[in-house]
Design a protein around this ligand. Structure first.
Ligand code: ZN
Length: 459
């Protein structure tokens, strides 16, 4: 029995390694960072300077270091002690159960799993890169990109975000990382802290969306289609067969379904006269602009691309109609939806999931003719085991709603303990009995004191 468990553990370790493909994500990419304090929320970290060990791996919870740019290099200090300046500093997780708290001087702090690499920019600011397991990154993206409370919502978002990431893996490669953490790539504004989002991500692990030829598709999405999605060529240059306009009543009666914007007649007509050289003193042109309507999505208004109008006038969507009140002299744009309208509507997805529509049907609704592809190399058994553990944690949480949890007892910490127990305990502690309800295993219990190369206290 023990031997079988040991073999199983080795198997899980191998699968875990197979899954551990990492990506580099530039975090705080939209901010100018001139100083950052890094502390350790869970697990133990090495700190490497120019690839050499600066601080040993017992650096654990509660410890913190401050990093600042220093003339093309980065300086590392702690509690007044200066470790020196280096080309590059890496906070290296010693196992999978490691969480960093990253606190820039001028931006709200965030937590991330995995490694953190810090270098200086030519502008003497800091460049922060989170090196993290791919699926952990995807779960963080899902948490940042969509709201809701049904696992299938997160399953859909994880599938389109994974497909996008794999198709665009080299987006920032010339700059030394794969993705930024902003909407330019995909928002990744924290580690995933919700078990239901991690569950949806894991349930779709290995699944991507491909076209009829088996190639990864572009997977644009937007907040709300307003009732009808847009053709890709009406918004961007290329007509893609899977990005066709579809009727989307699921986007009705949601947060972003409708909007209005009011302006004066002169502002509305003046915009077309000045910006697009339309002769608005011509009554036919003026009437067309004041009575423009869209029962279905159009691409242009008097030859002017609606995408341009949306951008210039900061409208929520291009799917609007115009009404003019001659008494008040006001023009009102009454619009539907939020975003470019191409591909998947997130609020339509939420509605479809609420109606019990399967996640693969939701994806096929928005990406015409596309199909789901499951990577046979994906470690299915490992994922299934992981899913079971998360489902158990969600179930436990439901039953203990009133229980106040400490930070260390959050779901991810428990999940880490489960995973690590499977990977290690059978190897290191043969005497320990199997007990699924045993949550007592703790990380770094033996040594929570930071040990340094230099004898410097770190708090
Ligand atoms: Zn980017």
């Amino acid at each position: 029995m023990r031997l079988r468990l040991f073999i199983l553990c080795l198997f899980l370790c191998c699968l875990s390694t197979a899954m551990a493909e990492k990506v580099k994500v530039r975090i705080f990419s939209n901010n100018t960072i001139s100083s950052v304090t890094v502390s350790f929320d869970l697990g133990q970290y090495n700190v490497l300077a120019n690839d050499s060990l600066l601080v040993e791996s017992t650096l654990g919870e509660g410890a913190s270091l401050t990093v600042k740019p220093a003339g093309g290099k980065v300086s590392v200090t702690s509690d007044g002690y200066n470790y020196g300046s280096f080309d590059r500093v890496r906070f290296q997780a010693t196992d999978t159960a490691c969480i960093l708290c990253i606190n820039p001087s001028n931006v709200k702090q965030r937590t991330y799993e995995g490694d953190l690499i810090i270098t200086a920019t030519k502008q003497n600011t800091l460049l922060l890169i989170n090196e993290v397991e791919f699926e952990t990154y995807i779960a963080g993206v899902v948490q940042s990109e969509i709201y809701g409370n049904l696992t299938d919502i997160f399953r859909v978002q994880a599938t389109i975000s994974r497909t996008w990431a794999l198709k665009n893996i080299n987006k920032h490669i010339k700059e030394g990382y794969n993705f930024c953490d902003h909407v330019h790539c995909q928002a990744y504004l924290n580690r995933c802290v919700r078990p239901d989002i991690m569950l949806g991500t894991m349930q779709s692990s290995g699944v991507t969306i491909v076209d009829a030829d088996g190639h990864l598709i572009e997977t644009p999405f937007h907040s709300n289609s307003g009732g009808e999605t847009a053709n890709s060529e009406d918004v961007w240059r290329n007509a893609l067969p899977y990005l066709r306009s579809v009727q989307d009543t699921f986007s009705f009666r949601m947060r972003q379904s409708d909007w209005t914007k009011t302006m004066t007649k002169d502002q509305w007509l003046g915009y077309f006269a000045k910006k697009h050289k339309l002769n608005t003193s011509d009554s036919a042109i003026r009437d067309s602009l004041l009575s423009f309507s869209q029962a279905h999505r159009k691409a242009r208004i008097l030859g002017v691309p609606l995408t341009k109008v949306r951008l210039d006038l900061q409208l929520k969507s291009t799917f609007f109609s115009v009404s003019y009140d001659s008494v008040s002299g006001k023009v009102t744009l009454s619009g539907h939806g939020y975003g470019h309208g191409v591909g998947l509507s997130q609020e339509g997805t939420i509605r479809m999931a609420q109606l019990g529509i399967a996640y693969d049907s939701i994806i096929r609704h928005y990406y015409s003719g596309a199909r789901l592809n499951f990577n046979p190399d994906s470690p299915k058994n490992y994922v299934e085991n992981y899913i079971q553990q998360i489902e158990k944690i969600i179930e436990d949480d439901k039953q203990q709603k009133t229980q106040v949890k400490s930070k260390k007892d959050d779901w991810l910490g428990r999940l880490f303990r489960v995973r690590d127990r499977e990977e290690r305990e059978e190897v290191y502690d043969e005497s320990k009995q199997d007990n699924d309800s045993d949550w007592q295993f703790k990380f770094g219990e033996a040594d929570t004191t930071a040990t340094m190369k230099q004898a410097v206290p770190i708090r």
